[in-house]
Design a binder for this molecule. Structure first.
Ligand SMILES: NC(=O)c1ccc[n+]([C@@H]2O[C@H](COP(=O)([O-])OP(=O)(O)OC[C@H]3O[C@@H](n4cnc5c(N)ncnc54)[C@H](O)[C@@H]3O)[C@@H](O)[C@H]2O)c1
Length: 238
């Protein structure tokens, strides 16, 4: 018996990294899962732009049409580039907020009517950068900090209707996103500031470890957990 037998999940950002690991884990544990990603292809992953309300509505509708219900919505799609605040273009600022914050808002809004029916849950992938300031990361920090408080706000609002809302806050995870992000680090970045991000435990978090945390928060074992930020930061905040 799997933890998600008979359940249906939608996972954004499912074509890569944490989203791909989450799709695989939920499916392995019995869920019917639809992925939604800009890089979507085939039946498994519906091509979706989380910044576009119509595109998100179509992904949610396709999930419910295909599987008859929706129990879990996972907001995993995200982008991240380093950059000095004075060098950040308005487009880069808007893009971080659109994908990392407006995306989860649109997915939640489209999913909520279905989640109310199933007493389901939303899990979003925020970041340690959503609970702690990080240099050269202002747009990303703003988007993820916004996502943490968006989560807490709607967790309160939806609790009376039986829908739980949580987020995970990983530190560095071994995915293509982090490789791309480090390539954008300012050449003369202050190394002293960057050590504030260092994990106490050695190494990076594995995508499957974040997927496990997401699965826990989406599962019945977390029946009394809502509005939480589960840190997977290697002790950065200790
Ligand atoms: N990798 C890390 O170190 C780390 C740390 C903390 C939080 N996170 C967060 O985890 C989430 C997943 O990141 P990852 O590391 O797996 O990255 P990734 O780059 O491997 O995957 C991100 C996915 O999001 C998709 N995506 C981007 N823009 C989209 C859009 N507009 N609509 C739909 N899909 C879109 C991409 O196509 C990609 O498949 C992100 O929200 C990221 O901010 C990552």
């Amino acid at each position: 018996m799997g933890r998600f037998d008979g359940k249906v999940a939608l996972v954004t950002g499912a074509a890569s990294g944490i989203g791909a690991a989450t799709l695989a884990l939920l499916r392995q544990e019995g869920a019917s899962v639809v992925g939604a990603d800009l890089a979507g292809a085939g039946d498994d992953i519906v091509r979706t732009d989380v910044t576009d309300a119509d595109s998100v509505a179509q992904a949610v509708a396709a999930t419910v049409e295909r599987h008859g219900r929706l129990d879990v919505a996972v907001n995993c799609a995200g982008i991240f580039r380093f950059g000095r605040v004075e060098d950040l273009t308005l487009d880069e600022w808007h893009r971080h907020l659109a994908v990392n914050l407006t995306g989860p808002f649109l997915v939640s809004q489209a999913a909520i009517p279905h989640l109310v029916e199933t007493k389901g849950s939303i899990v979003s992938v925020a970041s340690i950068a959503g609970v702690k300031g990080q240099a050269y990361t202002s747009a990303y920090c703003a988007s993820k900090g916004g996502l943490v408080l968006f989560t807490k706000s709607i967790a309160l609002e939806l609790a009376p209707r039986g829908v739980r809302v949580n987020c995970v806050c990983p530190g560095g995870v071994d995915t293509p996103l982090i490789v791309g992000a480090f390539a954008s680090m300012p050449a003369d970045a202050d190394a002293r500031l960057m050590t504030r991000m260092d994990s106490v435990l050695p190494g990076l978090v594995a995508p499957g470890e974040v997927a496990e945390a997401i699965a826990y928060l989406a599962s019945d074992a977390a029946r009394m957990v809502t509005g939480t930020t589960l840190l997977l930061d290697g002790g950065t905040q200790s």
